[in-house]
Ligand binder design. Structure first.
Ligand SMILES: NC(=O)c1ccc[n+]([C@@H]2O[C@H](COP(=O)([O-])OP(=O)(O)OC[C@H]3O[C@@H](n4cnc5c(N)ncnc54)[C@H](O)[C@@H]3O)[C@@H](O)[C@H]2O)c1
Ligand SMILES: [Fe+2]
Length: 403
């Protein structure tokens, strides 16, 4: 990659940043607070929605976590059916199966209940309802849906992805292992239901890793060059909340205050990155998810501090701002930035998140790098645009193969 490509990427990102001012990034309406999920059926009723598809996964279904919602829907007389076969890293097959159920049952709206996997699967269904003749693969990329999806209610249960407010649906092609995003403001949910109660059964390792995914959103958005006043504010607030509350939620799963603040943090980080993008951490993480099913949050948690360290002075100034915001003091931006990165390593350690990922397979690495480069360049406004060799170095570092 030469200087001309880097210059082209920066011009591309600049044009995109300006173009985004003309898109509708309206946030969802928020229903929030302890036990607020029970109010959702009333909202549906008020909107004259009489039949709704619920998209979730089997773990949540078997845990009985939807029972209160089912009861409340029954009480309001809202018809529903539940698709609960979403897998982590949801696939095109998931979307097509759920879509069939949506049409068969004559539903008119969608409730996404779960982590990013269920919410993204549900968004895929919405996109296919809006565009019945367009295959999921063809909607990959930016602004390919461009048509209103059915009324969409998102209930996040992991406090991580922020999908309840983002324009993205991340889908995996099970045949090619490729994981990619459909990005379109029409996929921003109409309502985000931020109920801390639905997160108290999250196992500690999922609390920690999905929380670090939210931190990755906030940090990657903030250190990129596509911010607005609002995205900066949201990223800073999310970072502060995560530093304060994530470990509380990890150590004491029933701490409702911590759970509540983490729901807000994940949402705010989602608002930040839906406009200001993520970066190289996500591009690398997606390839580990697509190839080896490494959970998204875990991959990001491990990769984040290594990539920040590699950025070096290109991100000192902005990381120093975040460091000061979380209460650190130091003599220079460099010192503060490194303290911030060290603290991310330390948080990971305290929450039993490993320092490195399992090594990639030699036969996969070239394609993984290609996928990461395709995702990141030229779109992501990252502090340092990596070329092929730099990506390879990063893969070696995050797998502990190179110091
Ligand atoms: N759309 C976006 O903007 C966006 C952003 C980031 C990530 N993603 C995508 O989201 C997916 C990851 O989502 P995730 O990290 O939320 O995990 P997930 O949805 O895959 O869930 C992880 C596991 O946690 C379980 N779980 C979820 N909530 C639970 C609860 N309250 N109690 C007990 N168990 C629970 C699930 O059943 C699952 O087994 C990835 O595909 C990732 O690429 C999307
Ligand atoms: Fe993410």
């Amino acid at each position: 990659m030469n200087v001309f490509y880097r210059a082209y990427a920066r011009v591309f990102q600049g044009i995109f940043w300006v173009a985004c001012h003309f898109l509708d990034f309206s946030e969802p309406k928020i229903i929030k607070g302890e036990g607020c999920l029970k109010e959702l059926p009333k909202h549906l009723k008020e909107k004259n929605i009489e039949s709704v598809l619920i998209v979730t996964d089997n773990v949540l279904f078997e845990l009985g976590m939807l029972n209160d919602l089912f009861k409340a829907l029954d009480k309001e007389g809202v018809k529903y059916s539940c698709y609960h076969k979403t897998v982590p890293n949801p696939t095109i097959d998931n979307i097509e199966e759920a879509l069939e159920q949506y049409h068969k049952e004559g539903h008119k709206a969608i409730i996404a209940f779960g982590g990013g996997s269920s919410m993204d699967c549900a968004k895929g269904v919405g996109a296919r309802v809006a565009r019945p003749k367009t295959e999921v693969q063809k909607m990959r990329g930016v602004l390919k849906v461009l048509k209103k999806i059915p009324p969409f209610y998102a209930v996040p249960t992991t406090s991580g992805t922020g999908s309840e407010t983002t324009l993205a649906a991340v889908i995996t092609n099970a045949k090619t292992h490729e994981k990619y995003a459909i990005n379109d403001p029409v996929l921003i949910p109409d309502y985000a239901v931020l109920d801390p109660v639905v997160t108290v059964k999250l196992p500690p390792h999922i609390t920690s890793t999905t929380g670090m995914d939210a931190l990755t959103h906030a940090v990657e958005a903030f250190i990129g060059s596509a911010n607005t006043i609002k995205t900066k504010k949201m990223a800073i607030s999310a970072t502060k909340l995560i530093f304060k509350y994530l470990e509380k939620a990890y150590n004491n799963p029933t701490d409702i205050e911590a759970r509540n603040e983490m729901q807000i943090a994940a949402y705010q980080a989602g608002v930040a990155f839906t406009r200001a993008y993520v970066g190289n951490v996500h591009a690398i993480a997606h390839s580990f998810g697509g190839y080896y099913h490494v959970p998204h949050g875990l991959a990001n948690a491990v990769i984040l501090p290594h990539v920040l360290r590699r950025y070096g002075k290109a991100s000192y100034k902005k990381l120093a701002i975040l460091a000061r915001e979380v209460g650190m003091t130091g003599n220079s931006d460099k010192e503060l930035a490194n303290m911030f990165i060290d603290e991310i390593f330390a948080m990971n350690k305290r929450m039993n998140i490993p320092m490195y990922l399992e090594p990639y397979k030699a036969e996969d690495i070239d394609q993984m790098i290609k996928n990461a480069m395709k995702e990141a360049n030229p779109l992501y406004p990252v502090p340092v645009i990596f070329n092929k060799e730099e990506f390879k170095e990063m893969y070696d570092i995050v797998c502990g193969l190179k110091k």
